[in-house]
Design a protein around this ligand. Structure first.
Ligand SMILES: Cc1cc2nc3c(=O)[nH]c(=O)nc-3n(C[C@H](O)[C@H](O)[C@H](O)COP(=O)(O)OP(=O)(O)OC[C@H]3O[C@@H](n4cnc5c(N)ncnc54)[C@H](O)[C@@H]3O)c2cc1C
Length: 405
């Protein structure tokens, strides 16, 4: 097969939230950057639809918020969790000091298409779709580029910096010999649609036998039903009727249409994994987003963290790349800046939210609701603190050269 060579200042592997945001911001600073994405488009497996207040604030700082809000989305200004049918407001975003004090639910492909379109307006930006990184190019122990495959050719992309933003199954971090410490036990998510009516009242999160998250996508509910990892075959053996029964019990408003789940072919299984690298970098290579710290869907904070990593990386490394003065210490600087927010967020996911997810297929989570939820019912002020934690995160990043104040 033909081998083509390419030279850029920064090669980003992965066109998810972390990679595309980083590519956009670097190109905006004038850095020559190539983003490699193995898929042809962004219409693929579910990876979360949540655009947090902090991410919308960054889009405002870039001067793009009005345009962004014209894309299809729904708004959620509070997170309400219903366990055993009793709702508790767990986070309230309404008083956050930002332009958009709510989570915007937007299909991720819309968000990524938006970023890709913006990035394409900068001369130094290249998005290589259908291009899968297969290995690192290493010279005397230093990462100097990436080898990638398309359908027709092999490309060798040489760069001053390679950023692995290739998600929770990152190949590049494995190739670099970076090892992850596993976090909380993995879980599986069953992902399917049920039709939606304007009169439906369904809480965002329902706990009971399993845990169900309902995302309003206009004319349908996108449902994520969580089960312990490796229990899908057991559930399937009980028949699709068992899944319908569980959904009806958790969300009675949907009981009249669970028959839309005709067979298991209507259900997709997604695997969740939580881990964190000890070291996010080696000479010439930096991992960010899920490649550095795979996040679970709990609290819907993974996209936010990925975006925040991208902003910190662009702020710290962009000027160094432009000035040809990038050092290994600068890569360590990104980890130093982002590690604490990541650790605390993973702890939060573990401590508060773990008990809301089932431990076995027969587990009923109403039996072990964390006592903190009773406290939330009694002390509504806490909702604002959780709203701040989820909505803005710890140490929120800002665009270094903002357009909008
Ligand atoms: C089931 C599930 C539900 C979730 N729900 C939410 C939610 O509601 N809200 C939230 O905030 N977070 C959620 N998360 C977490 C969130 O998906 C991640 O934290 C976030 O997507 C991380 O972004 P990323 O850009 O680092 O990685 P990813 O989004 O995984 O993007 C990585 C990209 O790299 C590409 N890629 C991979 N390998 C290669 C390669 N070798 N060459 C080229 N391209 C490659 C992939 O195709 C992909 O586009 C969920 C996670 C799971 C598993």
């Amino acid at each position: 097969m033909q081998v083509r060579e390419l030279r850029v200042q920064c090669c980003v592997v992965g066109g998810g939230p972390a990679g595309l945001m980083l590519g956009t911001l670097l190109a905006r600073q004038g850095v020559e950057v190539a983003v490699l994405e193995k898929h042809a488009d962004f219409l693929r497996d579910f990876r979360g639809d949540t655009i947090h207040p902090s991410t919308q604030e960054l889009i405002h700082e870039l001067g793009w918020l009005e345009e962004f809000h014209r894309l299809p989305h729904t708004k959620m200004d509070r997170v309400t969790v219903a366990v055993g049918g009793t709702p508790v407001t767990f986070a309230d975003f309404r008083k956050l000091p930002v332009r958009s004090p709510y989570i915007a639910f937007m299909p991720q492909w819309e968000f990524l298409d938006f970023l890709a379109t913006k990035a394409a307006g900068f001369p130094g930006f290249t998005l290589l779709r259908r291009t899968e990184a297969s290995d690192l190019l290493i010279d005397e122990g230093r990462v100097v580029g990436v080898r990638a495959n398309t359908e027709t050719e092999i490309i060798e992309i040489r760069a001053d910096l390679v950023v692995a933003a290739d998600g929770r199954h990152s190949r590049l971090r494995d190739r670099a010999g970076l090892r992850a410490v596993a976090g909380s036990p993995p879980m599986d998510v069953l992902w399917f649609r049920l039709s939606r009516r304007a009169t439906d009242h369904v809480e965002f999160f329902q706990g009971g036998k399993g845990a169900l998250v309902a995302i309003d996508r206009g004319d349908y509910w996108q449902i994520a039903y969580t089960i312990p990892t490796n229990t899908y075959p057991e559930l399937r053996a009980l028949g699709i009727g068992e899944l319908r029964h569980r959904i009806s019990a958790l969300a009675p408003a949907l009981a009249d249409r669970v028959d839309e789940l005709g067979t298991w072919d209507d259900v997709h299984q997604l695997t969740v994994r939580v881990d964190r690298l000890d070291t996010w970098h080696r000479p010439g290579l930096l991992c960010i987003g899920d490649a550095a710290h795979a996040m679970s869907p709990a609290g819907g904070v993974g996209i936010n963290l990925a975006i925040q990593d991208a902003v910190a990386t662009a702020n710290i490394l962009g000027p160094k790349l432009l000035g040809h003065s990038l050092s290994d210490d600068d890569l360590a600087g990104v980890q130093a800046r982002r590690e604490l927010p990541v650790k605390l967020t993973q702890l939060f996911q573990l401590a508060i939210l773990r008990d809301l997810y089932p431990k076995s297929l027969g587990d009923d989570t109403t039996a072990h609701v964390p006592p903190i939820f009773r406290v939330f019912r009694a002390l509504p002020i806490l909702r604002r603190a959780t709203g701040r934690f989820i909505g803005l995160g710890i140490r929120p990043e800002h665009i270094a050269d903002k357009v909008e104040p």
